[in-house]
Design a protein. Structure first.
Length: 324
């Protein structure tokens, strides 16, 4: 009985050829129809390529005894000596602890703040008041931390701050907002909430706009009040957005901005105010130890990647929501 395998192979090969040619045609069709969109997409891709990926060759400084006169490639290799030196520094573990602690407090306090604000703004029915409230809440985001630091000192300074002057005039004791570690941490977190909470509501308000209004109408017919609609419709509707932003924030646990701790810090609270970014500035930049600064930056990136992947994995397992 003759075998049909050669004929089957020819049929499969012809089908594969037809599919590949159809796929190429569809790609050309998409490029011809939407070339403007691809052109716009190329701009941010070019930005990331030039300013994010190409400079990554500078990571090799962490493994070299960098000399600015010799350049990156001609500087001698030292292997992992910079990392060994970092892990032997006592101050490094202190700044790592402070970074994790402050970021954790920001995550616990600052992360829910824009969600609550967005839900409250979504419930406002007077349009002019809603727009005015949004403008007032957005404004602090555009104020630099240098100005915010000056405002904090003017308001919360122990002897000359407006808040403590009012407390003293009322017969109460002055509160050392900027000189006691616990109060300084509270001030640090509170200033961050004030500056970022309003701006963070933009994403959540966009997510709230995508919720089907018929769900609220059906819930109202069933007799649900505002709180019940928020709990059963609003929050589940923005759950994917919340989870994605939560994962991104957890990925930033090992990194921290330079401006806020640097501006608000003072010698009396260095035990809690020294963080990785200020440590890099003092040890790496001021002392021109660029190898140490790069090694700390690489350590931050690796730890942040581990946090990001771990939180995304846990989120996918628990809530079936993730970045990828």
């Amino acid at each position: 009985m003759p075998s049909n395998e050669p004929a089957m192979d020819k049929t499969l090969a012809s089908q594969y050829t037809i599919r590949s040619s159809a796929l190429k045609k569809s790609r050309r069709l998409f490029l011809n129809q939407d070339w403007q969109l691809y052109a716009l997409l190329s701009l941010p891709m070019l930005y990331f390529l030039i300013f994010k990926y190409i400079p990554m060759y500078g990571v090799t400084i962490a493994f070299k005894d960098f000399n600015m006169f010799q350049g990156i490639w001609k500087s001698p290799w030292v292997g992992l000596d910079a990392f060994r030196e970092i892990f032997l520094m006592k101050d490094f573990y202190k700044v790592l602890r402070n970074t994790m602690l402050l970021n954790l407090l920001d995550l616990v306090v600052s992360f829910p703040a824009p969600i609550i604000l967005a839900v409250l703004l979504n419930e406002i029915r007077i349009k002019w008041f809603k727009k005015g409230a949004q403008t007032v809440l957005y404004l602090p985001h555009f104020i630099s931390w240098v100005i915010i630091g000056g405002m904090v000192y003017q308001l919360l300074s122990t002897n000359t701050g407006l808040v403590n002057i009012l407390l003293k005039s009322s017969g109460m004791k002055a509160i050392p907002f900027l000189t006691e570690p616990i109060y300084w941490v509270i001030t640090y977190v509170g200033a961050g909430v004030w500056q970022n909470a309003g701006w963070g509501t933009i994403i959540y308000l966009a997510a709230l706009a995508g919720i089907n209004k018929e769900l609220y109408e059906a819930a109202e017919v069933d007799g649900a009040g505002r709180l019940r609609k928020i709990w059963n419709i609003t929050l589940p509707g923005i759950k994917p957005t919340i989870m994605i932003l939560l994962i991104i924030n957890i990925g930033h646990m090992a990194s921290i901005g330079f401006e806020r701790p640097f501006v608000l810090a003072n010698p009396l609270v260095t035990d809690v105010s020294d963080v990785i970014s200020t440590f890099v500035y003092k040890v790496g930049i001021n002392s021109a130890r660029f190898t140490i600064a790069t090694a700390i930056g690489l350590f931050q990136a690796v730890v942040g990647l581990i946090f990001l992947l771990s939180s995304n994995y846990i989120s996918k397992k628990v809530t079936d929501q993730g970045i990828w």
